[in-house]
Design a protein around this ligand. Structure first.
Ligand code: AMP
Length: 308
C-alpha cells in the first residue's frame, strides 16, 4: 500500500515559550509524510521555491519519502509565521506568505497514480477536490481543513467533505463547521455533511473518533473512541502535531490493508504517538531523529497510560 499526500511544504518561523526559530522546515505535507513514512511508503505532491535546498529535501528522502511530486517553481517557498505565546494549544498566525503556493496547481506524477491511500492536507478545497477526482481508484481518502475555509469558503468545502472516508479537524473547527457548541452533537452534524468518520482533535488533551453507519461498511454505527496524548515533560513547539497525528494514523491504517474497528483504534494510538514526537522539538527535528523502536516504546506507554 502507498499513500499520496497533497499539501504545503513550507518554512515556518515560530515563537513558543521555549524560544524562537526562523524558517525551519515545515508544512502540513512535510509533517504528515515524515510521520507516515515509518509505516507505509509515502509520496508527496506540493510546490516549493528556489530557497528549498537539497538539504531540506534530504530530510524527507532520508526517511524514504518519495519527493518526485514536489514541484520547483520560480520564487520563494510558502512561509508561515506563528506564535504560541498566548496559548500552547492554539497557533496565532502572524503572517502567511503564500509565495509559490499562491499559484499551486497540483500535478500528480504518473508513478503516483497507483497510490491506494490519499490524504488531502489543509489546502484550498478546490484543489483538494481536483486531486480527489484525479485519483478515482484510491481505497481510502482522509482530509484536513482549517477555520479560513470553513468560514469564508464553505460552499467549496462541502463537496470535499462528501468525498472523505475520514475528516480530521480540531474541536474549534468542528464547532464552527456544525454551528453546535457541544462536541458530540457537533460531530454528528459534521457526519451528516458527508465524511464517513470524523476525528476531532483536542490538542494536548487527545482526540476522539465519531463513526457513522458508513464507517466500516457493516451498517453498524460504532461507539465513539477516545485516545489520550502522552503526558510529556517537554513541549517545545506544537506545530505539526495535527499533521503528524494524521500521518501516523493514516500510515498505520495503510500498512494494515484492511479496515476494522480495532485497526482504526490502533491507528489512533499511533497517531497520538507520532504527534507526541512532533512537539518535542522545533520543526521536523524530533521526527527526523525518531526510530521505529522509539515509536513502539511510546505506543506501549500510551497503552499503559490508558488501560484500566
Ligand atoms: P498543524 O499540524 O495544524 O500544526 O499544521 C502546521 C503546519 O501547517 C505548519 O508547518 C505550516 O507550514 C502549515 N500551514 C500553516 N498555515 C497554512 C495554510 N494556510 N495552508 C497550508 N498550510 C499551512
Amino acid at each position: 500500500m502507498s499513500i499520496l499526500v497533497v499539501g504545503s511544504v513550507a518554512f515556518d518561523s515560530l515563537e513558543t515559550p521555549s524560544g524562537k526559530r526562523e524558517r525551519v522546515l515545515g508544512g502540513a505535507a512535510t509533517h504528515f509524510s515524515l510521520a507516515a513514512s515509518f509505516f507505509t511508503p509515502t509520496r508527496v505532491v506540493g510546490v516549493v521555491g528556489e530557497d528549498f535546498s537539497a538539504g531540506n529535501e534530504k530530510v524527507l528522502t532520508d526517511k524514504g519519502v518519495d519527493t518526485r511530486g514536489i514541484e520547483r517553481a520560480e520564487g520563494k517557498s510558502f512561509h508561515w509565521t506563528g506564535s504560541y505565546l498566548n496559548d500552547l494549544n492554539t497557533a496565532d498566525t502572524l503572517a502567511t506568505d503564500l509565495n509559490v503556493f499562491a499559484n499551486f496547481a497540483p500535478k500528480i506524477p504518473v508513478e503516483y497514480e497507483d497510490s491506494e491511500f490519499l490524504f488531502l492536507a489543509n489546502i484550498d478545497p478546490v484543489l483538494q477536490l481536483d486531486v480527489r477526482k484525479k485519483m478515482p481508484k484510491v481505497k481510502m481518502v482522509g482530509g484536513d481543513t482549517m477555520n479560513y475555509w470553513i468560514g469564508a469558503h464553505r460552499e467549496k468545502l462541502l463537496p470535499v467533505l462528501a468525498e472523505l472516508d475520514v475528516l480530521l479537524i480540531n474541536d474549534a473547527e468542528a464547532r464552527q463547521l456544525s454551528g453546535e457548541s457541544n462536541v458530540a452533537r457537533a460531530a454528528e452534524k459534521v457526519l451528516e455533511l458527508g465524511p464517513k468518520t470524523v476525528i476531532i482533535k483536542f490538542g494536548e488533551y487527545g482526540s476522539a473518533a465519531f463513526f457513522s453507519e458508513r464507517s466500516f461498511g457493516d451498517g453498524v454505527k460504532h461507539k465513539p473512541f477516545r485516545v489520550h496524548t502522552l503526558l510529556l515533560e517537554e513541549v517545545m513547539d506544537p506545530t505539526g502535531a495535527g499533521d503528524s497525528f494524521a500521518g501516523g494514523f493514516f500510515g498505520y491504517l495503510a500498512s494494515q490493508g484492511t479496515l476494522t474497528p480495532e485497526i482504526f483504534r490502533t491507528a489512533m494510538f499511533y497517531g497520538s504517538v507520532m504527534g507526541s514526537f512532533a512537539v518535542e522539538r522545533f520543526g521536523t527535528e524530533r521526527l527526523e531523529n525518531t526510530t521505529k523502536a522509539d515509536i513502539e516504546e511510546r505506543f506501549q506507554q500510551l497503552r499503559d497510560l490508558s488501560h484500566l
